[in-house]
Design a protein around this ligand. Structure first.
Ligand SMILES: [Zn+2]
Length: 314
């Protein structure tokens, strides 16, 4: 994982780690660089526009030229009427210093040529901008636009505060999600496979099931969902073991009912070899389950930190 924070600070940019965004103000123009590892690129936004609107098309043409001259390091460059946007591919080393520097230098050049002035990237007025967080993004906007964002977030927060967790429905959601994992485990083991997928589904689906039907997720909700889905996954593992044992008995000519077979499992586990195989068959599912619960909790915590976040960065 590339250390973007130090890369940005090396070129005088600040960095917001929650949104993977660098930002800076140069000669009154707000610059925002957003990194998008999933699409393997990063985008540079400069909140400015030509003072004379008649120069818009000339600026666009120059940006197009800038991109076509650097096809390997620039995906595209354009002016959207409110801001200059340059999108670059993330290279293998995820080093963005050179790309950002080059883009900023070129933009400042063009800004000089076309007498660009600061422009709010929300309302599009040519007005001084500051850099703000707005939930999962960083935006250069004017104080009026910031006020309306703030108002919207405040309303959201009030609505959130009034929403109460519906624990019975949340529990049902967790049961359904956990059940999916258990069913996958039983089906996979009937086909003679060990399914890490079942463990992953149990954790993810259990917690998201709770969130969907329970309307809201707290730490206690995560704990309830994790326990329910784990119990169901264990039940799935027990049933899968029972099916396996049932078939083994049948092969040896013992006609036991399925419930009798289930009762035999604790005795079978006293055998060291059988116990070893049992642990081997189930441990990966449990590891995958633990992994998915931790990952989901981390992800939800991040979402929570970003939610309703609106304040001035610079
Ligand atoms: Zn505005």
């Amino acid at each position: 994982m590339a250390n973007y924070e130090s890369q940005f600070s090396g070129i005088g940019f600040s960095y917001d780690s929650l949104t993977a965004t660098g930002y800076n103000k140069i000669n009154g123009i707000s610059f925002i660089v957003h990194i998008e590892p999933s699409s393997k690129d990063y985008t540079i936004y400069a909140a400015c526009r030509p003072y004379d609107q008649n120069n818009d098309s000339a600026l666009s043409a120059d940006l197009q030229k800038f991109a076509s001259e650097r096809q390997k390091i620039v995906k595209n460059a354009f002016f959207n009427g409110k801001q200059i946007i340059i999108c670059c591919p993330l290279n293998f080393t995820a080093n963005i210093v050179q790309g950002v520097n080059e883009a900023v230098t070129s933009i400042m050049n063009l800004a000089g040529i076309y007498q660009c002035v600061p422009c709010c990237s929300v309302c599009g007025r040519t007005i001084e901008t500051d850099i703000y967080t707005a939930e999962n993004s960083v935006i250069a906007m004017c104080t009026d636009c910031f006020s309306s964002y703030q108002h919207k977030m405040f309303n959201n927060m009030q609505t959130d505060a009034q929403t109460i967790t519906n624990y019975p429905m949340g529990t049902i959601g967790a049961l359904l999600g956990g059940l999916a994992g258990a069913v996958i485990w039983v089906l996979a083991s009937m086909m003679g496979r060990i399914s890490m997928l079942a463990g992953l589904v149990s954790g993810f689906a259990g917690i998201y099931g709770f969130k969907m039907l329970g309307k809201k997720l707290s730490a206690s909700g995560i704990a309830i969902a994790a326990i329910i889905s784990l119990c169901l996954l264990l039940a799935g593992m027990y049933i899968a073991t029972g099916i396996d044992l049932f078939n083994t008995f049948k092969d040896y000519g013992y006609e036991l009912s399925f419930s009798e077979t289930l009762e035999c499992i604790p005795y079978a586990l006293e055998d060291e070899d059988y116990r070893g195989a049992f642990i081997y068959n189930n441990i990966w599912g449990l590891i995958a389950y633990t992994f998915s619960v931790i990952l989901t909790a981390v992800q939800l915590n991040k979402e929570k930190q970003i939610k309703n976040r609106v304040f001035k960065l610079m």
